[in-house]
Design a protein around this ligand. Structure first.
Ligand code: KIV
Ligand code: NA
Length: 266
């Protein structure tokens, strides 16, 4: 099958074809995802919580993401490999360029960074201007957990919703080619998706995004020791096997049946 490229993401959106994304941290799962038609495989800094057993993503370093990116890259022949810039790797544009260069040289095709504050927009602009594709990530940005005071749904109040709408336009303007929306009310994610010039990928953001993402462990119903959010669905139950679960997830994203109202915030 044809490799999934950055321009192909926008093509999928224009064709009304939903994008299916999952996180992976090793070649074994990456191989299964690739064979099942997953479009984007994310080496997320969620690895701090689900692989390393940490309480947040803050302890994750560029070395960690680079190590897992190399492993995942060996398992992929088709899917786009997206890698997270971990906590403070985007604190300055120069640091972001250094980290992103390492991740692209390890096999990533795009990097993701959280937030839309002034220095985040600078980092997006800096990377995009140097031929490094960037995904933005707004809403519940887990690297902001200390300021948020926990992992909480974002954009519920009118002012916060307005800020998110503005941030979504700003990251695209700065040069992002993809936007992950995490834990925002479905109606707000739908508004943002309509207004956004770039594809949106939701997690806990309702059914109206251009695609969906889940963390591997959550999709398989593994107990990670962390509270299980409402949007998480165990696809192993209906899938019957790991490959079956991945196929069930991809099918449910493609036909729009996941997430339903039980796995979204109103
Ligand atoms: O680190 C991660 O797994 C993520 C996704 C949840 C979007 O950023
Ligand atoms: Na992440």
């Amino acid at each position: 099958a044809k490799p999934v490229t950055v321009p192909a993401l926008g093509d999928a959106r224009r064709a009304g074809r939903k994008l299916a994304m999952l996180t992976a941290y090793d070649a074994g799962f990456a191989r299964v995802f690739d064979a099942s038609g997953v479009d984007i495989v994310l080496v997320g800094d969620s690895l701090g919580m689900v692989v390393q057993g940490e309480a947040s993503t803050l302890p994750v370093t560029v070395d960690h993401i680079e190590y897992h990116t190399r492993a995942v890259a060996r398992g992929l022949s088709r899917a786009l490999l997206l890698a997270d810039l971990p906590f403070q790797a985007d604190a300055t544009p120069e640091r972001a360029l250094d980290a992103a260069t390492r991740l692209l040289q390890a096999g990533a095709g795009m990097v993701k960074l959280e937030g839309a504050g002034p220095h985040k927009l600078d980092a997006i602009r800096f990377l995009a201007g140097r031929e490094i594709p960037v995904s933005a990530h707004l809403g519940l940005t887990p690297q902001s957990v200390l300021r948020f005071g926990g992992f909480k749904v974002q954009g519920r109040e009118a002012a916060a919703a307005e800020q998110l709408r503005a941030d979504a336009l700003a990251v695209a303007e700065a040069g992002a080619d993809l936007l992950v929306l995490e834990c925002v009310p479905s109606a707000l994610a739908a508004d943002i998706t309509r207004a956004s010039p770039i594809p949106t990928i939701g997690i806990g953001a309702g059914p109206h995004c251009d695609g969906q993402v889940l963390v591997l462990h959550d999709m398989l119903g593994l107990d990670t020791g962390h509270r299980r959010p409402k949007f998480v669905k165990d696809f192993l139950v209906e899938g019957g096997s790991v490959a079956g679960a991945v196929q069930a997830y991809v099918n449910a994203v493609r036909d729009g049946s996941f997430p339903d109202a039980a796995h979204a915030y109103e």
